[in-house]
Write a protein of this length. Structure first.
Length: 152
């Protein structure tokens, strides 16, 4: 979804709602120029198949991503709306790639990037599973990276 002002292809969903005709409208903010614009989603869009690391394919499963996120965000100050928006963003992103198949890693990277912005603790929980952090020193390195150079 290109920004109408600067043509950048990376935008963030600020709000999602359905209009009277049942179409999904989204309010977006361009990540480059920060200007906002609206889009209307029609139902001709088809999400690509997900190619898993073992080479098998499965349909994109929004609920599955949400389940993983809810577990990571257990007892954190992250609202259900935030998580829905994060998955909206992931969905939009893979649609914008315009491909019939997308590697699960591309989806996972987008999820984890969004989660990092939402909540650092939830991010670490998710990263332990998703990045397969094997031991405490790897987890610590990731935390150090998050906290930035001044504390490393
Ligand atoms: Zn822009």
């Amino acid at each position: 979804m290109r920004c109408p002002y600067c043509q950048a292809s990376d935008s963030r969903v600020v709000d999602t709602f359905r209009d009277k005709t049942g179409r999904v409208r989204r309010r977006r903010e361009c990540r480059v120029c920060k200007r906002r614009f609206s889009t209307i989603e029609q139902w001709i869009q088809q999400l690509p198949l997900v190619v898993k690391s073992d080479g098998t394919r499965e349909p994109f499963d929004r609920e599955k991503i949400l389940r993983g996120l809810r577990i990571a965000c257990w007892k954190r100050r992250v609202s259900a709306t935030d998580l829905e928006r994060l998955v909206d963003d992931v969905e939009e992103y893979i649609l914008s790639l315009g491909r019939s198949e997308v590697e699960s890693r591309i989806i996972g990277d987008r999820v984890i990037e969004g989660l990092k912005r939402l909540d650092p603790v939830a991010y670490i929980r998710y990263a332990i599973v998703y990045l397969g952090l094997e031991d405490l020193s790897e987890v610590r390195r990731e935390i150090d990276r998050l906290l930035g150079p001044e504390t490393a």
